[in-house]
Design a protein around this ligand. Structure first.
Ligand SMILES: NC(=O)c1ccc[n+]([C@@H]2O[C@H](COP(=O)([O-])OP(=O)(O)OC[C@H]3O[C@@H](n4cnc5c(N)ncnc54)[C@H](OP(=O)(O)O)[C@@H]3O)[C@@H](O)[C@H]2O)c1
Length: 365
């Protein structure tokens, strides 16, 4: 929808910047993935996005790409340019030095080191600043960063594949293909756009999964693998442990877990982190998420199974639930949910993926 105060060109170039920014999701943690397009006389003269590992930022990448052509241009940027001095000078400074005359920005950055100061700094340099174009899309794209800044934990997207009759696996829990290739590709893309992928130990014991991104050409985008495993039962012979030196593998146990198991997992290349148990004896998932948030993770894709899903939903930690629904019943098996989704989840999108349907539910905040 056209936003008043912005021209059709503004919309086009902001869309471009948003698409650029999305490409870096999953690669730039602990920083947000920011897209930036520099436009002069109606033509794009520079494009950039935050680089893997979070630096350089999108604005400085676009300025470097444009070179001298940046002077006199408008910058379309998907997040408020930073204003704080870290390892490098702030992007607001870099935009001014490059001779940018106007900045069109999608959304402010709630990071306490920025929070409006980026805009103030740009205006102080005499740069025109217009904020709010593409705000909704940018708000979704930057959910990881925003959730980590506001709540001190990553954004959690919970994904499950369900048979038509609501089962996630055949009876006995054997690995079961529920959805078809199109839906499975979507899941691998979701993995690529996540900083970390999380499963409970039950899934590892049942399926021995790899939890990597296996889309052709995107194998390098496999996220950190996180196993929620109170008693450190993760088998040393599992495929996760066997590949832990190639793909980071973090095991979240509870304080008091067997030290021998901890030592063996560390020796095999896993990282082990211990959190407390809650009064009901379960591992404190909120504390676990805050711990990996401190390590820089902003976006978690939780791929079940049902116990982990129930734990995340029950503690209000599943921000978004993605259900890949098959049209085929299993007849019997492991049920996905023991209760309907709480009312606070609203269906936000439904889309076909081959014969399957992908539903996205968002938690109201
Ligand atoms: N269709 C799908 O999308 C899908 C996805 C994944 C799995 N599955 C299927 O699901 C089945 C496994 O189900 P599951 O429920 O046992 O697997 P799970 O949810 O992956 O693992 C559950 C285990 O995680 C550990 N855990 C630690 N802290 C927890 C907490 N706070 N809340 C919940 N769990 C916690 C518990 O073991 P400890 O007490 O030892 O820590 C618990 O038994 C398999 O058949 C698998 O194939 C299907």
């Amino acid at each position: 929808m056209a936003r008043p105060g912005f021209s059709p060109d503004d919309h086009t170039f902001m869309d471009h910047a948003l698409r650029l920014g999305r490409r870096g999701l999953g690669l730039t943690w602990p920083n947000p993935s920011v897209g930036c397009v520099l436009v002069r006389n109606g033509a794009i003269v520079g494009r950039g996005l935050t680089q893997p590992g979070g630096r350089p930022h999108g604005e400085t990448t676009a300025i470097a790409h444009a070179g001298a052509a940046a002077r006199g241009s408008t910058a379309y940027v998907t997040l408020e340019p930073c204003s704080h001095y870290g390892r490098t000078a702030p992007c607001s400074d870099a935009l001014a030095r490059a001779g940018i005359v106007r900045v069109v920005c999608a959304i402010g950055d709630p990071d306490p080191r920025v929070r409006g100061r980026g805009f103030t700094m740009l205006r102080a340099y005499g740069i025109g600043v217009d904020v709010g174009l593409g705000e909704e899309e940018a708000g979704l794209d930057h959910r990881g960063h925003f959730t980590r800044v506001r709540l001190g934990r990553p954004f959690v997207q919970l994904k499950m594949a369900l048979s038509a009759d609501g089962f996630v696996a055949a009876s006995g829990g054997a690995r079961t293909a529920i959805t078809g290739p199109r839906a499975n590709d979507r899941v691998h893309l979701m993995r690529a756009m996540a900083d970390a992928i999380m499963v409970g130990i039950g899934t590892v014991l049942a399926d021995d999964p790899m939890l990597t991104c296996r889309l052709p050409g995107m194998e390098h985008r496999s996220p950190v693998r996180v196993v929620v495993d109170s008693r450190l039962r993760l088998p040393l012979a599992s495929r996760l442990v066997a590949t832990a030196r190639d793909v980071p593998t973090w095991v979240l146990g509870t304080v008091g877990a067997p030290p021998d198991a901890e030592r063996a997992l560390r020796a095999a290349g896993c990282e082990v982190m211990l959190v407390r148990r809650l009064d009901d004896g379960t591992l404190d998932l909120g504390a676990a998420l805050r711990l990996i948030g401190v390590r820089g993770i902003t976006r978690v894709l939780a791929e079940g199974g049902p116990r982990l899903a129930a734990g995340l939903i029950g503690s209000g930690l599943a921000d978004e639930i993605v259900l890949a629904r098959s049209p085929d019943p299993l007849g019997t098996g492991v049920p996905a949910f023991s209760a309907p989704l709480p009312d606070r989840y609203r269906l936000a999108a439904t889309e076909p993926a081959g014969r399957d349907i992908i539903e996205t539910y968002r938690q109201e905040t």
